[in-house]
Ligand binder design. Structure first.
Ligand SMILES: *Cc1c(COP(=O)(O)O)cnc(C)c1O
Length: 370
């Protein structure tokens, strides 16, 4: 619903990230995470690309609705969708999807496991079980899982997994991530000792993969790093290609003197300035707290000045920018260098995950291959 403000997604760069990730985890199979509209990159095109170009067999999403959307748009896509959290397992109507389609719930609490085990229509659903090893959000403790052991013996667990809370910190012996891994191994061993077969495992999200931790399990589950940004920031060790570029244009320019109030409220210019209005605002996902953001635009220093509006925002330049910044010029908010979006997120006191997920439906996604 915009034309000149758009998110350009370079599928070739995404492919380069896939290759780099495979080098970090040569023995693991990829389960790319495509939740939240593939981190803003577009659920359907990214899912199709991962399956068709990279031979991926499983994709991870957060909600049943996301999995259904993939098959609605792409019924022939040969993939298994894993639903990691909002599985709707307690909804008798919705959960029928698991019996009928290639969608698998990640079972993360006893009531949901009970549903799977006690309803014959779910007999063929692979058991994918998430353990709580210290994040304390979703997943089974050993105490919660143990009572199911007699019924798990014949069926076995297809995929046992856990999720790390702190893998975006540089790993140290004995830290939280290591303790989570130890707890995972302990429960895995308990299952083995009890005679429950565990066929495959996974533990690693981006922060862990970047540090080659947990990459010898059957699968890895990269999200953020696949789309470019690093999870580990101090120091940055992942220099993936940012798959998206957020583009807009200069819609109007004008000079204004120091002290001039600009836009809604009372935001007066701290010095004489050359201003550019860009057609992107919080209705597009450029959230209000992006105000104050310092950007490099066409090699010039610029700042998002005053309040960000629903439909537009102000870029403040030095008065000498006149002639260099012209109406209809294309503007890059972030580009394919993953340090730019990282810097933007840091300035906004948030994380690149949120900056990317925020980009709304009004911004068309334009796909290109190099
Ligand atoms: C989102 C998610 C991931 C991916 O996390 P990133 O930090 O984006 O790599 C992996 N596993 C699970 C269970 C998730 O929910």
């Amino acid at each position: 619903m915009r034309h000149s403000s758009f998110l350009e997604i370079n599928l070739s760069l995404l492919g380069e990230n896939v290759q780099s990730i495979k080098k970090l985890a040569p023995r693991a199979e990829l389960i790319p995470m495509v939740k939240a509209n593939a981190y803003g990159n577009g659920l359907i095109p990214i899912s199709q690309h991962m399956v068709r170009e990279h031979g991926v067999k499983k994709l991870g999403c957060a909600s049943l609705g996301e999995a259904l959307a993939v098959f609605e748009e792409s019924p022939d896509l040969d993939v298994e969708m894993l639903v990691f959290s909002d599985s709707e397992m307690q909804n008798p109507k919705l959960r029928q999807a698991y019996a009928e389609m290639k969608i698998t719930p990640v079972i993360h609490q006893p009531a949901d496991l009970e549903v799977i085990l006690s309803n014959p229509e779910f007999k063929r659903v692979p058991l994918v079980i998430k353990l709580n090893t210290g994040m304390n959000r979703l997943g089974f403790s050993w105490e919660e899982l143990e009572p199911f052991v007699p019924r798990l013996k014949s069926r076995g667990i297809e995929h046992l997994l856990t999720h790390f809370a702190c893998s975006y910190f540089i790993l140290k012996e004995g830290d939280k991530t290591h303790r989570q891994m130890d707890e995972f191994r302990r429960i895995q061993k308990n299952l083995k000792d009890a005679g429950v077969e565990v066929r495959t495992t996974s533990v690693s999200n981006s922060g862990a993969i970047e540090q080659k931790f947990g990459v010898d399990e059957t699968y890895i589950r990269p999200g953020l790093m696949l789309y470019g940004p690093p999870a580990v920031l101090e120091p940055q060790i992942w220099f993936g290609k940012q798959s998206s570029r957020l583009m807009t244009k200069v819609m109007k320019t004008f000079h204004a003197k120091k002290g001039t109030p600009i836009g809604y409220g009372i935001n007066v210019l701290p010095h004489d300035a050359f201003l550019a209005i860009i057609p992107i605002g919080y209705g597009d996902g450029l959230v209000t707290f992006a105000s104050g953001l310092e950007l490099n635009i066409k090699g010039l220093k610029a700042k998002l000045f005053a309040r960000i509006n629903m439909d537009m925002a102000f870029l403040m330049f030095d008065p000498s920018a006149e002639g260099k910044i012209k109406v209809e010029d294309q503007i890059e908010i972030w580009n394919n260098d993953n340090r730019v979006i990282t810097d933007i997120a840091t300035q906004m006191k948030t994380i690149p995950y949120q900056v990317m997920c925020a980009i709304s439906h009004r911004i068309p996604r334009i796909y290109k291959v190099k």
